[in-house]
Design a protein around this ligand. Structure first.
Ligand code: GDP
Length: 196
């Protein structure tokens, strides 16, 4: 996919605030600090479009970015941030659930997982939930530049032990915003889903 343009479009916490121009959407979810903003900026070749989180968990809205006047990337707030209150976490949950369950424009979900750790409880819950909703999933193992070659198999077996990768609509990709590993493949997956 060739990125011609990208811009911040809108933030939303409920359906009435979602974009109304009926373009396909690809959502990105992951725990705070997983490298989600960095991935968005890397993919879109922007330095600071998605704000990298010096304050993890701060973004509490769905942030829509328009790409190529063609589709939206939807940045879902990072989950699993301890300092957010129970009530706030519940609200996040409902906001994300509403979006994932009711949005016909949603064509795929990218779940980011830090390759230095096995999937967390939240990662597994998000994966199982998206699978249950039959949403195409791309699992992205982030920060692969921090993984030694000899440890790559371990990352994959950790993933397989926690996630049901037999799901028909899942693809797994290793990724690094530092080395740009698999950024083209990431774009290809998105292109495929939005043109389905
Ligand atoms: P977010 O909270 O998921 O949006 O995560 P950020 O994109 O803000 O990244 C969190 C931290 O991880 C920052 O210090 C980034 O510089 C760092 N980071 C993100 N991606 C990578 C990567 O691919 N490799 C390395 N080494 N660090 C990364």
């Amino acid at each position: 996919m060739i990125i011609k343009s990208s811009s911040y479009a809108v933030s939303a916490v409920k359906e009435s605030q979602y974009p109304k121009d009926n373009l396909p959407e690809i959502a990105l979810a992951g725990r705070s600090n997983v490298g989600k903003s960095s991935l968005i900026n890397t993919l879109l070749k922007r330095k600071n479009l998605a704000r990298t989180s010096s304050q993890p968990g701060k973004t509490q809205t769905l942030n829509f970015y328009m790409v190529n006047d063609d589709f939206y990337l939807v940045d879902v707030p990072g989950y699993g941030y301890a300092k957010v209150s129970q009530k706030k976490r519940q609200e996040f949950g409902e906001m994300i659930q509403d979006y994932l369950e009711t949005r016909p424009n949603l064509k795929g979900l990218i779940i980011l997982i830090d390759s230095r750790h096995e999937p967390t409880k939240d990662d597994i819950a998000m994966y199982n939930y998206a699978q249950y909703l039959n949403i195409p999933i791309l699992v992205v193992c982030t920060k692969m530049d921090k993984i030694k070659k000899s440890q790559v198999n371990k990352v994959m077996s950790g993933l397989k032990s926690k996630l049901d990768l037999n799901y028909d609509h899942v693809t797994v990709l290793t990724f690094s915003s530092v080395t740009k590993l698999h950024v083209a493949e990431l774009g290809d997956w998105i292109e495929d889903k939005i043109s389905d």
